[in-house]
Design a protein around this ligand. Structure first.
Ligand code: MN
Length: 128
């Protein structure tokens, strides 16, 4: 069974990069996309994704608010915060909001792939 992944990202180039990397995992993943915060919340409710790749700077509802909502709705969803701020204390803010992991943009392809593998193994151990 495919692992359900939701990608919430408003920047088309970042979305393209994320999807290109996820494509390498083939049918192991079932990927759904959302381009703003409201769509992200809607897709989350419909999909109950096991993994969420969440841009923190989003139109509509920002990623920090969304991360909190997602964890209230389904604490088992693994949330990876993506942020371009790169400011001191930003990682802490992302994790405080409820994200389980943090990746800085521009994304390091190898780092992102490695994290996905780790998460997929974790999910494989806990079939839902
Ligand atoms: Mn953004």
């Amino acid at each position: 069974m495919s692992i359900r992944v939701l990608v919430v990202e408003d920047n088309p180039l970042n979305m393209e990069l994320v999807l290109a990397i996820l494509e390498d995992f083939g049918e192991q993943l079932s990927v759904t996309v959302a381009g703003d915060g409201h769509e992200g919340l809607q897709r989350f409710l419909e999909l109950k994704p096991q993994i969420v790749l969440l841009d923190m700077q989003l139109p509509g509802i920002d990623g920090f608010t969304l991360a909190r909502r997602f964890k209230e709705i389904n604490a088992a969803s693994i949330i990876v915060g993506l942020t371009a701020y790169g400011m001191v204390g930003d990682k802490e803010r992302v994790l405080e909001a409820g994200c389980d992991y943090y990746l800085a943009k521009p994304l390091e392809v190898a780092e992102f792939k490695h994290l996905m593998k780790v998460l997929m193994e974790t999910e494989g151990l806990h079939e839902k």
